[in-house]
Ligand binder design. Structure first.
Ligand SMILES: [Cu+2]
Length: 332
């Protein structure tokens, strides 16, 4: 298994080659090793190679999470709802299906009936009337009534999604070509700055891959506990939030318009440069949830997925502490 240090260095080198001057953990890690203790760095790399798998599983506060929010082969339904907003959306979806499916069937039956009953052979002498007031009033009022019913149920759900509560946690989400950046406004890193990190697709060119499921991507997926099934969904780091907490997102774009989406949260928000859009969610089930950038944003639009890990409040606190005290952890 290739060690995390190599990966970090590769990632740092790849970013340096792109002229990316982001203040990343990778660069800090790289510099620290080179400047202070190259020998120890080599030893650390070797022991990390030997220890990475089991050590990570034991120590990682994020270990043992099930994948909940992901597409499945042959699936046609919505992903399981993991927030109150998604619960509401699923309920509304069911209601709309009860409205739209009978209407579609009714119209289809009427068309079929008209084709069979009133074709030239079956009905050689057509009737000459052109108006039927009761019928016209009915087919105008009934749809109006249906729209009022739909509006009465959908508007409260829309307002609930759009009214941003006081957040337990506020995270600034920035879309870049082609990765996401997260800044926890309430949590500090080891240097006393707001906790900030980037999130790259496993196997992406930024991490030294070529956006295909090659050997490197397979290794990294396995090292981070994912299967090949999660390729183009899983990222090296993830947004981590505690279950049950109100999470407020300030979403923006750094270059072009992106869109931050987690289907299982019922959440989708354009990330527009120069604007700050707010969204919120309260996840009610622990697990891993995937999403993908949902605004066509350039060459590697398909390769900037989103991973959110919903954990217990204790695991969240342990993760924050780990991030603050172990600068190498963020890559993992
Ligand atoms: Cu994008």
């Amino acid at each position: 298994m290739r060690c995390p240090m190599n990966k970090g260095i590769r990632a740092g080198a790849a970013r340096a080659a792109r002229g990316d001057h982001g203040d990343s953990k990778v660069k800090k890690m790289q510099l620290r090793q080179l400047l202070f203790n190259p020998g120890a760095a080599a030893f650390a790399a070797l022991s990390a190679t030997l220890m990475a798998g089991p050590a990570r599983a034991q120590d990682d506060p994020l270990a043992g999470l099930d994948i909940i929010g992901a597409p499945v082969h042959g699936g046609i339904n919505l992903q399981p709802a993991a927030t109150n907003i998604a619960d509401d959306l699923h309920w509304l979806d069911t209601l709309l299906n009860w409205v739209i499916i009978p209407i579609t069937l009714l119209v289809a039956v009427l068309i079929l009936y008209a084709i069979i009953r009133f074709n030239k052979r079956a009905n050689p002498v057509p009737a000459r009337f052109s108006h039927n007031s009761p019928l016209e009033v009915t087919w105008t009022l009934l749809p109006v009534l249906l729209l009022v019913v739909i509006g009465a149920f959908s508007l409260p759900i829309l307002f609930n999604a759009q009214e941003i509560p006081e957040g337990d946690i506020t995270i600034k989400v920035t879309g870049h070509q082609w990765y996401w950046e997260y800044e926890y406004l309430d949590e500090l890193d080891a240097d006393g700055n707001p906790l900030r990190f980037e999130s790259f697709m496993i196997g992406s060119d930024i991490l030294g891959g070529d956006n295909t499921l090659d050997d490197l991507a397979r290794e990294d997926l396995a090292a981070l506990g994912y299967s090949e099934q999660e390729f183009t969904l899983a990222t090296d780091t993830a947004m981590v939030v505690p279950v049950g907490a109100a999470v407020v997102l300030d979403i923006t774009g750094a270059d072009v318009i992106h869109s931050w989406t987690i289907p299982a949260f019922g959440l989708k928000q354009d990330a527009v440069p120069g604007r700050l859009a707010q969204q919120w969610f309260r996840a009610h089930q622990e697990g891993i949830y995937f999403g993908q950038c949902s605004e066509l944003c350039g060459r590697a639009h398909a390769y900037m997925p989103i991973t959110v890990k919903v954990v217990s409040p204790e695991a969240y606190a342990a993760w924050v502490e780990r991030v603050q005290t172990d600068p190498d952890y963020m890559m993992w």
